[in-house]
Design a protein around this ligand. Sequence first.
Ligand SMILES: *Cc1c(COP(=O)(O)O)cnc(C)c1O
Length: 463
Amino acid sequence: MSDEDHRRRIPRTDRLLALPAVREARERIGDAAIRRIVEERQRAAREGRLPIEEVEQAVVDALRAERPASLVPVLNATGVIVHTNLGRAPLSEGARQAIGAAAGYVDVEMDLVSGRRSARGAGAREALLQACPEAEDALIVNNGAAALLLAVTAVCAGASERDRAIPSEMIVSRGELVEIGAGFRLPDLLVTTGARLREVGTTNRTHLSDYEAAIGAATGCLLKIHPSSFRVQGFTSGVDVAALRRLADAYGLPLVVDLGSGLLRPDALLPDEPDLAGALRAGADVVIASGDKLLGGPQAGLLVGRAETIRRLAKHPLARAVRSDKLTLAAIEATLRGPETPVQAALHADPARLRERTEGLAARLAAAVQGPCEVVPHEGRVGGGGAPGVPLPGWAIELPEAMAPRLRAGAVAVVARVHRGRCLVDLRCIPESDDELLLECLIEALGDAGAAPDSAPRGLGPR
Ligand SMILES: *Cc1c(COP(=O)(O)O)cnc(C)c1O
């Protein structure tokens, strides 16, 4: 067959675009993407990479596999609960539903009874106040960093109103000037407000007298930041919120406290993790936390505190630049009003039950691949922005390290922990209802490797 004959037999574009699968796909995928898929299969046929009689089916398969967005859902088998690289907190069922319901037109800024404009996100604000009754008022913004920026900017603006010649200062302990990840440092963020950073104390020890000595005409606020991703041990001391409150009162200064992790009240499992209620009771004017760490909600910045301070923040021009969207407001409200979040469930997972599930899965896996499959003790972690260094006793299925990339590349992506040449599959962050799915993924990955789990897998070339 001549080249030309061959080319003529390739299904034409208009015929491929008329396939029922294409019509179905148009609801999810744009025209340009559909054309790209069609043209790519035609080109493959032209270049002899795809048999001509398979072009149609290849187009159908590609359309089915095409996702409206490129983010791929994964099973988190790392044992790290708030995993920054995996999107931090997985949302509760209620929050997922709320996001779906808010996706179209919603009354986010309208009172449906009067038809008039209303306060944006009033439901989310109320839910936060009910969950945190120690707060007089609350404001929800885009994320924790934005909340900190807004709080410092707005409260320090008070000091520069007194004397515009001096840029106002925030007084903060040297031990609390942290990098929060991916190279972002809170001190760099704080100075973008135009206020000056007045560092006091040392890395390991800061005393009340250090704060007091730094107070002057330029002082805009006292700032306390909870170092949520590391611990300084040994010869250390810091000043607690209550003591800072007394000092702030003596000089008539505002006190801003950034907690990070977003625990609403104390958790016996995390004795060193401060909570919103405690910081408010100790006298903070405003307390800041993230929505997607231990609170287990969507990305958001929560600001709770005194009515006057929160009102000042809400009225500041920057508040508009960092406001949260309707999907976030819906998900935060559902998270706060809903039952235990997936984050809390993973945190409080019963170690005995974890062991039972892990051993059950390992036994079925061993039977399926006809090889041994070991269960080992494995410590989970809270992860990004909470309870640094606190181990969460649990268990993992131990596989050869080469299984990790296979699991990530499976039809359902599974992210396991790679540690000391082993691939560890921890069930803590996997809902029990996904255990069967996880088993299928493990069988697929191990089956493909054609090897028993404890021997070196064969044929592990790129797929
Ligand atoms: C995580 C964290 C932030 C940043 O919050 P995002 O929600 O990630 O923007 C700020 N401060 C502290 C103490 C944190 O732990």
